[in-house]
Write a protein that binds this ligand. Structure first.
Ligand code: OAD
Length: 267
């Protein structure tokens, strides 16, 4: 029997835009890490916000009411991330700059702006990663905001309740380093992200529903500023109408195929 393998068709307009770009922003959401085994927030029955209440797990009020439950949940998520690996999509993004430089000899800056709180872009080798919604790996004191330390050892994913550690400076509780509903995004990363969008030539949007603000403003700004915008998502997102290219593909399939095609191009 003949086996047919359908290789993902890389949009030629995207290849051309990347070849001409000297600054590229890759804007990512939970779908970027889905093929590493990390649940997304809303696009599947077993996604996080289908299973957990945002007010309980992701709001200042939820934290005030039950710190031990909230700390255990974020430690469980950190433990889950530590057991996963970057997927082929993360690796492809980390290879994009060198691949383009090998093609035309010009330096190319690739900046990742992510809504994800995992560390898979960094572990794949991306060197410029801006976290808009914080990080599971950057806890801080809820009072003095000093960086906090985790209790040593592997986080136990099965725990429903866990005492948060205390700050070594002021003895207040250490809180998860993620942005909760009702909280402002950290201003430094946000302003940096806005600047990166201003100066980029191409924005690649990967694996986000595009419904959480103000993060979703960035691809729309890129569109309004006349940048080349492309989305990689198995299903068109809310941002699709702002894209020059909507590529129906998964991150771990499409992005490596993109690198493969770029490598085949002649200088
Ligand atoms: P969502 O769960 O809202 O959306 C995930 C997106 O990924 C959907 O558009 C899916 O179609 C797409 N997707 C699923 N699998 C994919 C794959 N293998 N490859 C590519 N795309 C895939 O996640 P986000 O858009 O990241 O905020 O959610 C935004 C924010 O909402 C999160 O940062 C989080 C959440 O509440 C905070 O926690 C502050």
């Amino acid at each position: 029997m003949l086996l047919t393998i359908n290789k993902p068709q890389v949009p030629p307009e995207l290849l051309a835009a990347l070849t001409n770009a000297r600054r590229i922003v890759v804007f990512t959401g939970a779908g970027m890490s889905a093929e590493s085994g990390i649940a997304t927030f809303r696009d599947k029955p077993d996604s996080l916000w289908a299973k957990f209440n945002t007010r309980e797990m992701a709001s200042p009020d939820g934290w005030r009411k039950n710190k031990n439950r909230v700390w255990a949940w974020y430690e469980g998520r950190r433990g889950a991330v530590l057991q996963t690996e970057p997927n082929a999509g993360h690796v492809a993004i980390a290879e994009l700059s060198a691949t383009l430089q090998n093609l035309h000899g010009q330096p190319v800056q690739v900046d990742v702006i992510t809504q994800n709180v995992d560390n898979l872009h960094e572990r794949a080798g991306s060197t410029s990663v801006t976290h808009l919604h914080g990080s599971l790996f950057a806890p801080r004191c809820m009072a003095c905001e000093c960086p906090g330390e985790f209790i040593p050892g592997e986080p136990d994913q099965s725990l429903m309740s866990l005492d948060p550690p205390r700050c070594s400076h002021c003895n207040s509780y250490i809180r998860p380093g993620v942005v909760w509903f009702g909280e402002a995004m950290p201003q430094g990363p946000w302003r940096h992200a806005e600047d990166l969008v201003d100066i980029c030539h191409v924005m690649l949007v990967v694996g986000t529903s595009g419904i959480v603000w103000p993060a979703a403003e960035l691809p729309i700004n890129a569109h309004n500023l006349g940048k080349f915008t492309a989305e990689i998502n198995p299903a068109p997102s809310e941002l699709a109408k702002y894209m020059k290219v909507q590529w129906t593909s998964s991150a771990a399939t499409g992005l490596p195929a993109l690198i493969e095609e770029l490598k085949k191009l002649k200088p």
